[in-house]
Design a binder for this molecule. Structure first.
Ligand code: ZN
Length: 79
């Protein structure tokens, strides 16, 4: 029973984080909007292959045209 409560709490916290992150555009959010490259303004394909652990964990893209790195909201990331 305790395990169920813990699982439910983690789920609720995760949902709240995702909801808040989506509104405030932080790393917990979920971006369903198309993204363009902040460097060369090329459209970034929605299907992605993570090129680094950070991209796998937090989303974010690497532009196939210019190699620019951005977060899932299409903002520049300094590497
Ligand atoms: Zn680019």
């Amino acid at each position: 029973m305790a395990g169920l409560v813990v699982t439910a709490s983690v789920l609720v916290v995760g949902l709240l984080l995702a909801a808040y992150g989506t509104v405030s555009h932080n790393r917990w959010g979920i971006n369903l909007q198309p993204v363009t490259c902040p460097y060369c303004h090329a459209a970034i394909p929605h299907v992605r292959k993570p090129k680094s652990l950070r991209e796998a964990l937090w989303g974010g893209r690497t532009c196939e045209k210019c190699g620019g790195v951005m977060d899932k909201w299409g903002r520049q990331i300094k590497t």
